[in-house]
Design a binder for this molecule. Sequence first.
Ligand SMILES: *Cc1c(COP(=O)(O)O)cnc(C)c1O
Length: 379
Amino acid sequence: MEVPFHRPDITDEEIEAVARTLRSGWLTMGPETFRFEKELAGYLGADHAVCLSSGTAALHLALICAGIGPGDQVIMPAVTFVSTAEAVRYLGAEPVLADVEYDTHCLDVQDLRKRITKRTRAIIPVHFGGHPADMDPLLDLAREHELAVIEDAAHALPSKYKGRYCGTLGDAGCFSFYATKTLTTGEGGMIITGRQDWADRARSLRLHGISRDAWNRYGKGGSWRYDVHETGYKYNMTDMQAALGRGQLSRLDDMHGKRREIARAYTEAFEPLPGLVPFREREGCRSSWHLYPLKIDGEDEGVRDDMMDILSKKGISTSLHFIPLHHFSGYRDLDTGDLPVSEKVFRQNLSLPINSKMVEDDISFVKNEVIQAAREVLK
Ligand SMILES: *Cc1c(COP(=O)(O)O)cnc(C)c1O
């Protein structure tokens, strides 16, 4: 039996919707993208959704909207994908790494507080694997120090923090629709924001800084005349992607239900085993379960590696989220101080397959093989 780490969940209707767009005569950003934005904002109960070419582009433009520039510091967890830091570096600003909570791998607000300096301008909490960061104390701290909060919500559709959708809690939320994420457009991303000025700026920046009203200059009544008010980027979504995304959004709650079931089955199976540390949802919060992270208690990372090897030989692909940023040669120059919990979760963590294409047999197979592998490596 083979259980791949991820299988995209795409229906024939979604394929047909993309084909319709291809036949429609309009391929790039246009009516489908604008409909998708409206539906996304509606789903999340947010004022503005701005669809983009990637989650990285979303982080980049949100940081521009926050006014981040050379010399500024932006605090983020050490345990995240490299996009979070790279978007900060695009602007000549400095990523500052903070430690994470053992249970959720999300920013530890106590440690974050210690890393605030006169140069700190923003915080990027990452909702790790879909588990919400502890936003209430984080937002209090941000208010106290007048810092922008840009949520890296790449994993967090549809996660909720105390009844509200992740991505709608800070100044902006940045989502990714990359192939492996909980809603995919192949590649894609978006900014969610309640701020009209940020939404307007992001809309202009995603298309070369061209004035808003001139986008549709090829349409009926369009004019050749347009202005460019600042240096922008080529970060727009296409209508082919949006057509796929609209189908995905209509099934998001179903797909999420499936992920929850798998997470529950895994946790029930692993919780009683000494040495295994499954994730639990934070009180009052709901995870998207983009990832199913499992930790193996102990100081020796060889145990985790052995576990991944055994599972791989049985046909189960696992992954690791994430190599902490300061471990990369391109980020070793960061002055990080101690990050003991980030190091510990890096030694202990692996991610099991979890996606809406998994069937009952896949789930039992993974459960049983993990239990057996754990017995072997922990004896
Ligand atoms: C996937 C991801 C991103 C970036 O998304 P892309 O769409 O691939 O650019 C950002 N942050 C995190 C935590 C991610 O996992």
